[in-house]
Design a protein around this ligand. Structure first.
Ligand code: MG
Length: 405
């Protein structure tokens, strides 16, 4: 049997600003996106080993993401290697790291395509019996239009016959793709099939899968969750037993005369005042951190980040959220849902709600469907009603593994 190695490329940082977790480490139905991608290959008898190319700063995220793999799969997992400045460079470095191993075939796969099926992988390997390379792709079904330079109207209809959308894995005989990538250094190619073609190899198309999506947007996260949920219906039940826990958080900050904005859910909201606070005063994130800590039964934000500690002066509250998520991950738990209510008379928050939800989803690695955010006034009653300050309540629903007795 030939030795086939999956090379999973996960070295990108995405273009999203902020947030503690690069996209490939965000959680999807109980595991990091990358863990799903690795598992898709590592569970197959036809795959001898899996190597992941990571960003040099992501070693810790990588360890956390893949620590839950079962022992069989762990033995197939080669140590990760650091990628380069572009995807192409990362693939080349990944291939070079396999030189000693010298597998027969290498399946190059995007870390952000966690839903690749066994059928697509097996079709790709089968194609190598005849071809040097084979990529998963789908024939285009939508009509194609070329737009005018200003992008406003149609300049030309493009015949879609013979056009395919490339996916991954892109599978090659190892020696050929290594040579092609080394020859292509400094040249820009859109994918590995292009690199192979530049080197004179002809690459076969094998049928991909509509569900083999690359996760780039929040909508993709939701769709991927849905696909995983549908698939799990006809698979044996996860033997892990979970206990659902709910945590509650509440926080208040007083408005102060100096300042011209509030930080709320990590979004800057212009306002005629600021808040009195040791950190950036993000009342929503503080309530959220307390909710997560509450579900873990692990004290409150003041215990973990004492206001007496100068270290936290002016700190971004995202740091506190990332810390709470780490504590959750350390217990192999999962955040399933959050619900936040902001309570204030001023400022008006409706304009910022969508952006705040996006930021929360991004910070927490949750699909938007698992992020609820509301705002209310108190009918001019009490301190919020008198616009002396702002309050927030948060509820976090988490799942924790039931410890074996
Ligand atoms: Mg606070």
């Amino acid at each position: 049997m030939s030795r086939n190695v999956a090379l999973i490329v996960a070295a990108g940082r995405g273009h999203r600003v902020g947030g503690p977790l690069p996209k490939q480490y965000r959680r999807l139905s109980g595991g990091a996106i990358l863990a799903h991608s690795v598992t898709a290959f590592a569970r197959l008898a036809s795959i001898a080993a899996v190597r992941v190319v990571i960003h040099p700063d992501d070693a810790e995220h990588y360890q956390e993401a893949l620590s839950g793999l079962n022992a069989d799969m762990q033995t197939k997992l080669l140590a990760p290697v650091a990628g380069g400045a572009s995807r192409q460079e990362s693939v080349r470095l990944g291939l070079e790291s396999l030189t000693e191993d010298a597998p027969d075939a290498v399946l190059i796969h995007d870390g952000a395509r966690p839903l690749v099926s066994e059928a697509v992988i097996e079709r790709s390997l089968t194609a190598l019996a005849q071809d040097i390379g084979a990529i998963a792709a789908l024939p285009l079904s939508d009509s194609l239009k070329r737009a005018t330079p200003d992008g406003r109207s149609i300049e030309q209809n493009v015949a879609r016959e013979g056009l395919w959308r490339a996916q991954t894995p892109q599978t090659f005989r190892f020696g050929d793709i290594l040579a092609a990538h080394q020859a292509a250094r400094g040249q820009h190619a859109t994918d590995d099939a292009t690199v192979a073609e530049m080197h004179g190899a002809s690459v076969a198309l094998v049928l991909g899968d509509e569900e083999n999506i690359k996760i780039t947007t929040e909508a993709d996260m939701v769709r991927a969750e849905q696909i995983l949920m549908d698939r799990s219906d006809d698979r044996p039940a996860d033997s892990q037993e979970w206990r659902v826990k709910v945590g509650l958080g509440y926080d208040v900050h007083r408005f102060s005369e100096d300042g011209d904005h509030l930080m709320l859910c990590a979004v800057r909201v212009p306002f005629e005042r600021g808040v009195a606070s040791h950190s950036d005063g993000d009342v929503a994130l503080h309530a959220l951190v307390d909710a997560i800590l509450g579900a873990l039964g692990d004290g409150d934000i003041g215990v973990h980040f004492p206001p007496s500690d100068e270290k936290w002066r002016g700190a971004k509250s995202e740091i506190f959220v990332a810390h709470a998520l780490k504590l959750l991950l350390a217990r192999h738990g999962h955040l399933d849902h959050i619900d936040i209510t902001l309570i204030c008379e001023q400022p008006k928050l409706s304009l910022y709600r969508d952006e705040m939800r996006d930021r929360l989803a991004s910070l927490l690695g949750l699909p938007l469907s698992a992020v609820s955010l509301k705002a209310t006034t108190t009918e001019r009653l009490g301190f919020t009603g008198r616009a002396e300050g702002i309050a927030a309540q948060a509820v976090a629903t988490v799942r924790l593994p039931v410890e074996a007795p």
